[in-house]
Each structure stands twice: as C-alpha cells, then as structure tokens.
Design a protein around this ligand. Structure first.
Ligand code: HEC
Ligand code: HEC
Ligand code: HEC
Ligand code: HEC
Length: 408
C-alpha cells in the first residue's frame, strides 16, 4: 500500500514537472522566426488568408496551437507548423505575439475581397457594413444568433481572455472562420450555433464591418421575437401539462416566486431540463418526482405548450447597475455580458438552448444564480454559466435579478 502511494506521489510530482512554465516573451520571439513567413515579422500578416496574431490573447493563441496539433481544429497549413511545438513553445509563442501591438489596420474595403465567400453565387452580393455592425451589436434572438459584442467586445476589442480579439483582423479570415463554424469543420459550441444561423450574406456583411468598423449600425434592424406557433404538439401538451399547473399555473405564469415561469421559455431548453431532472443531471427532489413518469414525447409536447404561452410582467423593480452588468459585463472581473447568450430582450437563444430570463420570478432567478455559483446546479454545457456565476458577488446577483425580471 505504502509503495502504491509513493508511486502515485511520484507520478503526480512528474506531472507537475511536465506542466509548461508561463510563456516567456523573449524565448517566444526566437521561436517565432518560422511563423513570420505567413503571419508577418511583427504578427501583422500581409496576406488576407493569414490571421494577424499581434495583440491576440496569449491563452487563445496557445489554445489554438494545441487544437491544431491535436487535430481538433483542422487546417492543412497549420497542422504541420504546430506538430513540432512543445507546450512550452506554445506558451512562449502566445506570450510573444500577445505582447506585440495590433496597430496596423490591414483589412481591405474592396468588396471583391471581403465577399469572396459569396462570389460563387450567381449574383454578386454587395456586403453591407452597417448591417454587419447591427448584427454584431444586437444579435438576432428570433434566430438564436448571440450578440457578438457581448463576448468579442466593442468593435472586436475583447477584454475577456477566452474570447479572441477580432479588431483589426483580416475580413477575409473572419469570413472564412464563420463559414468553418457554420459547416462545423471548426468546432465551438456557441460559435457553431451562431454562425450556423447566419446566411452567407450576413457573413459577408460581418466581414465588411471588420473592414470598416467606422460604419454606423442601423439600429432599426433590431428584430422582434417571433411567438412560437400553435402546433399539434402544443395541443397535446396542454392536456399533458395539467399536473404541472398547481405550481407553474395553467399558462406557465407561476404566481409563487420560488417556482419558475415556463411561459414563453424556449421549448428546446425546457425539454433539456425535463430530461435532466429525470436522469439526475439537474437535481431537484420536487421536479424529479414530477418527470419520473413522462416519456420523451410527453416532454416535447409539454415544452411546446409552455413555449407558446405569453409570459406576463416580472416582479422585479429594475436596476441601473444590473442593466449595465447585463449589457456590458465587467472587464476587470472577467464577467461576460449576459446579453451575448440571453439576448437584448432577455428572450434567450432558443435553438442554442440558452434560456429566456426575461419576466422571470426574482426568487427563482436568484436561487439559480447561486446554484451555478456553488455548482450545485451543473447541467450547463461546458460550464458556461458556472464560469460566469462564480465571478458574481452576492450584490451583483441582486442587481442583475432586479433588472432581468423587468425585461420583456
Ligand atoms: C505557411 C503559412 C503559415 C505559417 C508558416 C504559420 N502559419 Fe499559423 N496560420 C496559417 C493559416 C493559413 C491560418 C488560418 C487557418 C484557418 O483558416 O483556420 C493560421 C492560423 C494560426 C493561428 C490561429 C489564429 C486565430 O486567430 O485563430 C495561430 C495561433 C497560428 N496560426 C500560429 C502560428 C505560429 C505560432 C506559427 C509558427 C510556429 C505559425 N502559425 C506558422 C498559416 C501559417
Ligand atoms: C458566447 C460568447 C460568444 C459570442 C456571443 C460570439 N462568439 Fe465568436 N467566438 C467565441 C469563442 C469562445 C471563440 C473561440 C473558439 C475557439 O477557441 O476556437 C470565438 C471565435 C470567433 C471567431 C474566430 C476568431 C479567430 O481568430 O479565429 C470569429 C470570426 C467569431 N468568433 C465571430 C463571431 C461573430 C460574428 C459573432 C456574432 C454573430 C460571435 N462571434 C459571437 C465566443 C463567442
Ligand atoms: C409541486 C410543485 C411543482 C410541480 C407540480 C411541478 N413543478 Fe416544475 N418546478 C418546481 C420547482 C420548485 C422548480 C425549481 C427547481 C430548481 O430550483 O432547480 C421547478 C422547475 C421546473 C423547470 C425548470 C425551469 C427553468 O427555467 O429551468 C421545468 C422545465 C419544470 N419545472 C417543468 C414542470 C413540468 C412540465 C411539470 C408537470 C409535469 C412540473 N414542472 C410540475 C415545482 C413544481
Ligand atoms: C456563454 C453563454 C452565456 C452567458 C454569457 C450567460 N449565460 Fe446564463 N445561461 C446560459 C445557458 C446555456 C444556461 C442554461 C444551462 C442549462 O442548459 O441548464 C443559462 C442559464 C441561466 C439562468 C437560469 C435560467 C433558468 O430558467 O433556470 C440564469 C438566471 C442565467 N443564465 C443568468 C445569466 C446572467 C445574469 C448572465 C450574465 C452575468 C448570464 N446568464 C450569462 C448561457 C449563458
């Protein structure tokens, strides 16, 4: 037994030893010589297909190099470049490129360059930078496209380290990546959802916006949320949901503050929750009993029914501080803006499974944010909510909840 413990300790000690030291700018500079052929001597590349690396977040660069090496991100040019790099090399290269200024605006405003992706189409589409900027800042809740600005920052200057800087990036490269996320050849859960819902024209608009970030957003483009249509599932769900009414009310506008409203919630999100109450991924003794007898079809029908109901006014009192945090996050504390995933109107991104939080009961919202913070609720994909909630202080949660429940 003792020798087993000793050998375990030995292994652990060696693992620690193998972990790369923090990146070193000077060492990285030496190692970057082979990268400069494509990415430019100062990390600003001369060719549109090669991304600028100067001023990119070090962690992001390191993550991408690992992904190219492991084949999780596929690119025939970068795979062999990354193959020979050790973790230490990657950390050093990340630190070096992050230290360089991204000063030169490189993007071209020539439409023939920024719309290459749609040139194949019979009629050449003239990309619209203002439309691109509007979509970037507001997203489109009705089609589950997140507000890009919430994660990538104003005009692409992201201050949250896990989200890449897009500012002063080559427009053509941005478009190529959006197409790669759209056809899932590059994988990232959130980006696959958002780009997947974008049309080729919108991708071209996004490129045009990055070629000309001085474009003025056309706020009139703000879309309205579509109400879920009444389908056969909605009708079937109505009778199946009778047993839920005692707590969630007949129309899903529960009157007791600790019970969530289900009215107007995204159907995909509701079905996910019901399945997870049943398989125990989301733990709640009351709901576990309620879903035990439901089949998958029952869950789909009930969810469709509640999704088609209109949510009534929330019980919050409003908060300017909460509003600010919701729309802008907090760069210093590394809090991602909620708007990125929950939308401008708080209606969520239904197809991506991001829930509506507008008009929701305050007691319920508060409880869930604390549950994510304490990780007693851990059914969020990729820890998306836990990573954010752990950075929220008790009073941040109070202000956010006061604001969110007034959204409609
Ligand atoms: C022969 C040209 C070439 C060389 C040399 C090269 N790269 Fe690349 N690099 C590319 C191309 C092309 C892409 C874009 C791949 C894509 O479209 O997904 C890229 C992408 C990247 C990315 C992802 C950037 C982002 O914004 O996601 C990183 C990081 C990177 N390269 C780092 C390096 C490093 C470090 C080196 C040197 C060790 C290097 N590259 C050498 C061509 C090159
Ligand atoms: C929820 C946060 C979030 C939102 C909202 C978001 N993104 Fe992203 N985006 C990411 C993350 C994370 C990555 C990096 C993925 C990876 O590690 O490969 C990324 C990567 C990208 C890239 C590739 C950058 C590079 O250097 O290779 C582009 C381009 C991009 N996003 C554009 C957009 C656009 C356009 C929108 C709005 C329609 C958007 N993003 C909305 C989180 C987000
Ligand atoms: C006895 C009261 C009660 C009844 C009856 C009840 N629920 Fe619930 N429900 C709750 C409570 C309490 C929660 C909050 C659980 C938590 O804190 O995680 C909840 C949460 C939910 C959620 C998660 C909502 C969200 O926003 O994440 C869904 C979905 C749900 N219930 C659906 C149903 C359905 C469908 C039925 C009928 C089959 C039902 N409930 C019956 C008390 C009840
Ligand atoms: C990267 C995307 C993302 C961002 C940014 C984000 N959320 Fe979420 N949020 C989610 C997802 C996904 C879920 C649902 C997890 C699941 O499947 O159960 C969720 C769930 C929630 C819930 C529980 C809803 C319910 O009905 O149970 C609340 C409350 C919430 N988020 C508040 C916030 C607040 C406040 C912020 C900003 C400080 C924020 N979120 C930022 C993705 C996000």
């Amino acid at each position: 037994m003792k020798s087993l413990i000793f050998s375990l300790l030995f292994i652990i000690a060696n693992i620690n030893f193998a972990i790369a030291a923090p990146g070193d700018v000077t060492a990285g500079k030496g190692k970057a010589a082979m990268c400069s052929a494509c990415h430019g001597a100062s990390g600003i590349s001369a060719v549109d297909a090669y991304p600028n690396l100067a001023g990119q977040h070090a962690d992001y660069i390191t993550k991408q190099l690992k992904a190219f090496k492991a084949g999780d991100r596929k690119d025939s040019v970068m795979a062999p470049m990354a193959a020979g790099l050790s973790e230490q090399d990657m950390a050093d290269l990340g630190a070096y490129f992050a230290s360089l200024p991204r000063t030169v605006a490189t993007a071209s405003v020539d439409d023939s360059v920024t719309t290459t992706a749609v040139v194949q189409a019979a009629v050449k589409y003239v990309a619209n930078a203002s439309a691109g900027k509007s979509l970037y800042e507001l997203g489109d809740e009705s089609r589950s496209i997140g507000a890009c600005m919430g994660c990538h920052g104003k005009d692409g200057n992201s201050n949250v380290l896990i989200y890449p800087n897009l500012a002063k990036q080559h427009a053509q490269y941005i478009e190529k990546q959006l197409h790669a996320f759209k056809d899932n050849s590059r994988t990232n859960f959130a980006m696959n959802q958002f780009a997947g819902a974008m049309t080729d024209e919108e991708i071209a608009d996004m490129g045009a916006y990055f070629a000309d970030t001085k474009a003025v957003a056309n706020v009139k483009v703000r879309r309205v949320q579509t109400v879920a249509p009444v389908t056969a599932a909605v009708i079937a769900g109505k009778s199946k949901s009778a047993v839920c009414a005692s707590c969630h009310a007949v129309d899903g506008n529960s009157l007791v503050a600790m019970y969530p409203k289900l009215a107007g919630q995204s159907a995909d999100y509701l079905t996910k929750q019901l399945k997870e109450f049943k398989n125990g991924t989301r733990k709640d003794p009351i709901m576990a009993g309620m879903v035990a007898a439901l089949s998958e079809q029952d869950m789909i029908d009930i969810s469709a029914y509640f999704a088609a109901q209109k949510a009534n006014k929330g019980n919050g009192e409003g908060s300017a501080i909460g509003r600010q945090l919701y729309f802008n996050g907090n760069v210093a504390k590394g809090i991602t803006a909620c708007v990125a995933c929950h939308g401008v109107n708080g209606k969520g991104m239904g197809k991506a499974g991001f829930p509506a939080i507008a008009s929701q009961n305050t007691t319920y919202l508060t409880a869930q944010l604390h549950n994510f913070k304490k990780a007693t609720r851990e059914n969020d994909r990729n820890s998306m909510m836990r990573n954010i909630a752990k950075k929220l202080k008790k009073n941040d949660i109070e202000e956010l909840v006061k604001f969110m429940s007034t959204m409609k």
